[in-house]
Design a protein around this ligand. Structure first.
Ligand SMILES: Nc1ncnc2c1ncn2[C@@H]1O[C@H](COP(=O)(O)OP(=O)(O)OP(=O)(O)O)[C@@H](O)[C@H]1O
Length: 131
């Protein structure tokens, strides 16, 4: 009988431990997908950018890297929101600072990724459409 939450290193079977870790990570993804509208919007934009990059045959690695940054930061933002809601269910200026700062990280990475994506994919897309 395992304890929950599992203690680090408590599982003597490393394969089972690895499988459980993947399971928790996928549950985290599902939580973000179902509870965070922004995560869904960013995922749709990521899929579009990926499809465009494949269609145009340019910038696949760069697009994957930008997707990794934005979605990972959104996942961390979601995790931080959950912790803040757990530890500070009533108003606290530090809770506000934590949530606002994490949101700023997502905003900056999204804006810059969008800009880089436009610079990367915009010209070859126009080229292709003009032909
Ligand atoms: N416990 C709190 N104390 C102080 N301010 C808070 C607290 N909870 C939320 N806020 C403020 O309200 C804003 C919105 O918080 P909320 O929990 O709704 O997250 P969110 O930014 O709407 O996240 P998302 O829309 O991505 O789920 C925060 O950015 C923060 O400024």
């Amino acid at each position: 009988m395992g304890s929950f939450p599992p203690r680090p290193g408590a599982d003597p079977n490393p394969i089972k431990g690895l499988r459980a870790s993947f399971g928790y990570a996928f549950r985290g993804l599902r939580y973000a997908w179902t509870s965070q509208r922004n995560f869904r919007i960013e995922s749709y934009i990521a899929a579009l950018a990926l499809a465009l990059s494949l269609w145009l045959g340019v910038g696949l690695l760069e697009v994957l890297f930008l997707i990794l940054i934005v979605l990972s930061l959104e996942l961390l933002n979601t995790a931080l929101e959950a912790v803040v809601d757990l530890t500070s269910p009533t108003y606290h200026p530090l809770a506000k600072a934590a949530k606002d700062t994490a949101a700023a990280a997502v905003l900056i990475s999204s804006l810059l990724s969008g800009l880089i994506g436009l610079i990367l994919l915009g010209p070859p897309l126009l080229d292709k459409l003009e032909r």
